[in-house]
Design a protein around this ligand. Structure first.
Ligand code: ZN
Length: 176
């Protein structure tokens, strides 16, 4: 199993000129068998297409998602909603859709409840983006047509990126 950083690593999509600073890469899993990833969903799924977003990631990781209580020794994702400002990358940030904190026990994924009524596809993309962070995609890109870009303005008034990962991202996901 992969080891998470002891301290939170904060990854997010937000407005403005924020850059993600890469941290040391995590050790890749060498497991050949499909591993369960437990997903605890506390977010309101009436608004948030959590399964649709995370399934995009799951296709690449070769894991299978189990929606239920996390178990020791397995990857764990908790999906919650919150609103307001978060301490993200050394600054209080208020304009964000999703944020992911990597802890020793797993990943805490937050969805911003003030974006509940955003378009369905955008919410799938945001969830897939954060899901990518939970499975090894640490880096952001600056390409508006990429799911792992982080500038929300790309997605306002312009075409949304396709809900998929490119080949290099898929290669990273495949190791998780
Ligand atoms: Zn991000």
């Amino acid at each position: 199993m992969r080891k998470f950083h002891v301290f939170a690593v904060v990854l997010s999509i937000m407005l403005g000129g924020l850059m993600w600073s890469p941290r040391p890469a995590e050790a890749a899993s060498t497991s050949l068998l499909a591993q369960p990833v437990y997903v605890e969903v506390y977010a309101n799924t009436y608004y948030w297409p959590v399964k649709a977003g995370l399934s995009v990631v799951d296709k690449h990781t070769g894991t299978y998602l189990v929606y239920g209580a996390c178990r020791a020794g397995y990857r764990c994702i908790r999906v919650s909603e919150r609103s307001g400002c978060l301490w993200l990358q050394e600054k209080w940030r208020c304009d964000w859709i999703g944020a992911t904190y990597l802890w020793s026990w797993g990943a805490q994924l937050y969805l911003n409840s003030s974006h509940r009524k955003d378009g369905y596809t955008k919410k799938v993309i945001a969830t897939a983006h954060e899901g990518g962070h939970t499975a090894g995609l640490i880096a952001h890109t600056s390409t508006c047509s990429d799911v792992m870009q982080w500038r929300l303005p790309c997605w306002y008034g312009g075409p949304l990126p396709p809900v998929r990962f490119n080949s290099s991202q898929s290669a990273i996901l495949a190791t998780h």
